[in-house]
Design a protein around this ligand. Structure first.
Ligand code: PLP
Length: 401
């Protein structure tokens, strides 16, 4: 890069790379999704019903598992799974500090204590060595968070869980489309929970799906997701009547047919959406390889990423501005940004509710201060992407340490 006037970052008084703001994310919803939702409206069956059953079946086939249970969110799915595996008060659950609060909140909601284990440098997923150290007599489960589309090191984590006799659960919120040794996310552990929140690889606005081959937990999942009654909403019909019975304490965690209808359309489109995500991901990697200041997040060699997000780590000592100033500099260029994630032990709530000694999670803490995500979504153009790279190049050149 030349250091001419035109290359001065917008934050330092230059002209922004883009005149129009590039959002961090824009959902890919079209006419087919609209039609599917209108059909549900006109069908007279709004909540969990035939479309939910169809979506569960299609999702189970895609994830190569025997069972899929539609739920209202990934968080709800994690909560139900922990309960179904018998996790409760007095128990510990080992998980990643680099995640959304939902992962730890589901553990707290089950009455258990989250234990944060450190992450692998450059991948920011659970480090099996750290997990091994974190496991105690009280550990009753491991929740592995696949980050940004990259699966965790599942062979090693699975071996640790098996040795301890505890379930391994995937937080697969970022991982729809990912695979590890040729097996899809959702089929890499005892069970998994996916998110269909607005920004995820497949969206139904809100929603989630639990996948598992462990058939023995499925009845409890189905009962607890809907009020603890013995008739699943998908089996209710508008003809006839039979008594339903409350058989357990339950929640209101069901998926609606609106959401399932959107999900069925999005599942059809998923291969094309994933291909576009992966094309953009590879293009970023190729172009950013020329900028030594930034290291794209990676994962195990045996894995294929779902290319959900594109986090980059600022190399230590590369810039004389910090990550938060870098976020500001990108926004000044009209480029949207995100952070995935600030380590949970740094958040006010978790400082008091889950006190974690800094020396237990050094990689998480140092990476947390250096990580940021740049836009990646189907529908962004190559020119949009070139603008992001150009903005990073200007900033890296001007603020080089
Ligand atoms: C989005 C997200 C969740 C929560 O998903 P919901 O469907 O909104 O409950 C959980 N874990 C991770 C890593 C996430 O990014």
């Amino acid at each position: 890069m030349s250091a001419g006037q035109g290359d001065r970052p917008a934050l330092a008084g230059g002209t922004p790379v883009r005149s129009a703001f590039l959002p961090f994310f824009r959902p890919a919803l079209g006419a087919e999704e609209e039609r599917a939702v209108v059909e549900v409206l006109r069908s007279g069956w709004l909540t969990t019903g035939p479309r939910t059953l169809a979506f569960e079946g299609a999702f189970a086939r895609l994830a190569q598992v025997r069972h899929a249970v539609g739920v209202s969110s990934c968080t709800a799915g994690l909560h139900l799974l922990l309960r179904a595996f018998g996790v409760g008060p007095g128990d510990e659950v080992v998980t990643s500090p680099i995640t959304f609060p939902a992962t730890a909140n589901a553990i707290l909601a089950a009455g258990a204590t989250p234990v944060f284990a450190d992450v692998v440098p450059g991948w920011l997923t659970l480090d099996p060595t750290a997990v091994k150290t974190a496991i105690t007599q009280r550990t009753r489960a491991i929740v592995a968070v696949h980050l940004a589309g990259w699966p965790c090191e599942m062979d090693a984590l699975g071996a640790l869980a098996a040795a301890a006799g505890i379930p391994l659960i995937e937080d697969a919120a970022h991982a729809l489309g990912a695979s590890y040794r040729g097996r899809p996310a959702g089929a890499l552990a005892d069970a998994a929970s996916f998110s269909f929140y607005a920004t995820k690889n497949l969206t139904t606005g809100e929603g989630g799906m639990v996948t598992t081959d462990r058939g023995e937990i499925v009845p409890r999942l189905r009962i607890e997701r809907l009020h603890g009654i013995d008739v699943d909403a998908s089996q209710r019909s508008d003809r006839g009547y039979r008594h339903w019975e409350a058989v357990a304490m339950g929640f209101k965690y069901n998926l609606t047919d609106f959401e399932a209808a959107l999900g069925l359309v999005q599942l059809e489109r998923l291969p094309a959406l994933l291909a576009e995500r992966r094309r953009l991901d590879a293009r970023y990697r190729e172009r950013l390889s020329r900028l030594a200041a930034f290291e794209p997040l990676g994962g195990p060699g045996a894995a294929q990423s779902a290319a959900h997000l594109f986090p980059i780590l600022v190399q230590p000592g590369a810039l004389h501005i910090d990550r938060d100033e870098l976020l500001g500099a990108l926004l000044a260029e009209n480029v949207g940004v995100g952070v995935h994630f600030r380590a949970l032990p740094l958040h006010r709530f978790f400082q008091t509710s889950v006190p974690t000694p800094p020396e237990a999670v050094p990689v998480a803490l140092s990476s947390s201060a250096r990580v940021l995500s740049i836009p990646l979504f189907p529908g962004m153009s190559d020119a949009d992407q070139d603008d992001v790279v150009e903005a990073l190049a200007r900033i890296a050149g001007y603020y080089a340490a």
